[in-house]
Design a binder for this molecule. Structure first.
Ligand SMILES: C[S@@+](CC[C@H](N)C(=O)[O-])C[C@H]1O[C@@H](n2cnc3c(N)ncnc32)[C@H](O)[C@@H]1O
Ligand code: SF4
Ligand code: SF4
Length: 375
């Protein structure tokens, strides 16, 4: 009886957390709704702590470059600079952001390759900041004890299929098993809330159900988030750069090996219907059949997802301190947090120009159509 009461209390607690988030989100979007290019302090910040990755994922430019593909995108230029945020850099960044307590997402390149990743998390946590980390999980076993003791609030691991399928997409033999061993090792120290990111792509769209069942059996995550592949293809790049290339140029991204238009949306829809019966699955975004066709067969914006408000509430710090809106956004730096005041970056002329441009275009430019920020 006592246990049931406690569980009910926790559920209400979760509802309150959700409600607080909705209130916070609505307040931070007030300037956007009023058509202003000014923004309150960001709610969340992504940290790209390094510029390395040890995987060869077919739907990611970093992975493709690890396979020897010659790519020239913002991502690749960032990686070629080969940088790591030092602990001193992190402390300096903390001193600039801790007063407004943004959530921190360490979710770019492969964060577990940073030799002091656990110390970075410890320092952020000591400043009372909530920290989430996204990883491919390859180094989880080596880092399990340190991560367990770091104070990390939530761990996300990216898994794109059942065993052999995941290994094929990520280009690493035995990867699924290595990641599973890492999760078991971590749980032997501490049960950090675990979420799995599953990204639909042309190699796994017809095997989503089998994959999610296998992921649940092996990893027992709190949540599996199924999302759609993001990309900029040749046509999007052409249309976008014709109009916006001078100020906000884009490159093609994530399509050198996989072509999203090869996804059979009827089969995908059947797979997603089956997956919806699984309790711990969430969709990012949850698309109707008509929207799936638009997403995979055209470059059009979806009506329900046609405004990007992210530049009013979030930014990303790269491994050399350069600030962008986020990894998938335009090759448009907002400044450098290691050398400039935060206000100069977050409410300075460069970000005002980007926000004003978005407002002028009713919320999105052509290259925004398949960026996760708009969903
Ligand atoms: C770029 S990765 C960085 C973190 C880490 N390396 C990983 O793979 O988890 C962040 C997330 O983006 C996902 N991702 C990679 N390529 C993607 C794409 N083209 N579209 C959407 N998500 C993608 C990954 O699966 C992962 O969940
Ligand atoms: S998705 Fe993550 S693990 Fe895969 S290549 Fe990209 S950064 Fe590396
Ligand atoms: S939707 Fe557009 S403006 Fe928003 S983050 Fe993505 S590319 Fe940038």
């Amino acid at each position: 009886m006592k246990k049931q009461k406690f569980l009910k209390f926790c559920e209400r607690g979760n509802d309150m957390v959700d409600l607080l988030w909705v209130i916070k989100n609505n307040i931070s979007l007030l300037p956007y709704r009023l058509g202003s290019s000014y923004a309150f302090k960001p709610q969340s910040i992504s940290l790209g702590v390094n510029s390395d990755c040890n995987s060869k994922c077919l739907m990611c430019d970093i992975g493709l470059s690890n396979r020897g593909e010659k790519l020239d995108s913002k991502f690749m230029r960032m990686l070629n600079r080969k940088r790591e945020l030092s602990l001193d850099n992190i402390d300096f960044i903390i001193s600039k952001i801790k007063s407004f307590r943004p959530d921190i997402h360490i979710n770019t390149t492969e964060p577990l390759m940073h030799p002091q990743i656990e110390k970075i998390i410890e320092h952020l946590r000591a400043a009372n900041l909530k920290v989430k980390l996204t990883t491919n999980g390859l180094l989880l076993k080596n880092k399990a004890k340190e991560l367990a003791n770091s104070g990390l609030n939530e761990l996300t691991i990216s898994i794109d299929g059942y065993d052999e399928l995941h290994n094929e997409i990520r280009g690493i033999p035995r990867m699924f098993k290595l990641v599973k061993d890492g999760v078991d090792e971590l749980r032997s120290y501490k049960d950090i809330p675990l979420r799995i990111n599953f990204t639909i792509n042309p190699l796994n769209y017809d095997k989503v159900y089998r994959s999610v069942i296998s992921i649940n059996d092996e990893f027992k995550p709190k949540k599996v988030v199924v999302s759609h592949m993001n990309y900029i293809d040749e046509n999007m790049k052409k249309i976008h750069n014709l109009r916006f290339g001078k100020d906000f140029p884009v490159d093609t991204t994530c399509v050198a090996a996989l072509s999203p238009s090869t996804v059979d949306t009827k089969i995908l829809s059947q797979e997603l219907d089956k997956v919806k019966s699984i309790e711990n699955v969430a969709f990012y975004p949850d698309l109707t059949d008509a929207e799936l066709d638009i997403y995979y067969k055209t470059n059009k914006l979806l009506k329900a997802h046609s405004e990007c408000k992210v530049p009013w509430k979030h930014f990303q710090i790269s491994a050399d301190g350069t600030v962008y809106v986020m990894t998938r956004c335009f090759d448009y730096s907002l400044g450098n947090i290691l050398t400039q005041d935060l206000d100069e970056i977050w409410n300075g002329p460069r970000i005002h120009k980007l926000r004003r441009n978005l407002l002028k275009c009713n919320g999105a430019m052509p290259a925004c159509a398949r960026c996760c920020a708009i969903y």
